[in-house]
Write a new protein. Structure first.
Length: 187
């Protein structure tokens, strides 16, 4: 049997862990049993384009957090994207979206905000949060370093990586001697 260097095996298994995270997000409980969660794994050139878009946003907005997080994306082996079709109604008429009924919410003009499409149904947003929590739990159980990042989702939407998603979050993944996602320096 040939010798497989540890770093090569670790990189390969990060992608395997990413796939297991997608399963966790998919099987996480959903409001009313309706699944409007979207998932994807980003690696290679597409991962680098995600980091580049985050750097562009940093320049446009003068927000160094985008640049810092872009470095994390570049230094990661994979990025898991989890999004939601949040502009769909749930049917409880709860008013959390700002409209008196789900019918009013559904008829309301959907508008691009600075980063995401709104308004968003609170139950779809909760489903996104539960799916994210389930995915990062899986990564944690596999000892894969990770961190949920809003800024990755902003870049992923601008790049149209998930055209149906109104909101996207990103989870970069790595296996280093120390987590690269904590104790980070601001550029």
């Amino acid at each position: 049997m040939p010798i497989i260097p540890g770093e090569d095996a670790e990189r390969e298994e990060i992608v395997h862990a990413s796939k297991l995270m997608l399963i966790s997000a998919r099987t996480a409980p959903k409001s009313g049993g309706v699944d409007d969660i979207l998932t994807a794994i980003v690696v290679g050139e597409e991962k680098d384009s995600l980091a580049l878009e985050m750097e562009r946003i940093a320049e446009e907005r003068g927000i160094n957090g985008f640049r810092r997080d872009a470095k994390n994306v570049r230094d990661s082996d994979a990025v898991v994207l989890i999004g939601v079709r949040g502009a769909k109604k749930f049917g409880l008429d709860c008013g959390a979206c700002g409209y008196p009924s789900c019918e009013d919410f559904e008829r309301a003009e959907k508008k691009e905000g600075r980063d995401f499409l709104g308004p968003t149904c609170i139950f779809k947003a909760l489903d996104l949060g539960i799916a994210l929590g389930s995915a990062v739990k899986t990564a944690s159980m596999l000892n894969v370093d990770n961190r949920i990042m809003y800024r990755i989702g902003v870049a992923a939407r601008r790049l149209k990586f998930m055209p149906e998603a109104s909101v996207i979050m990103g989870i970069p993944l790595s296996a280093k001697g120390k987590s690269i996602y904590f104790d980070r320096k601001w550029p």
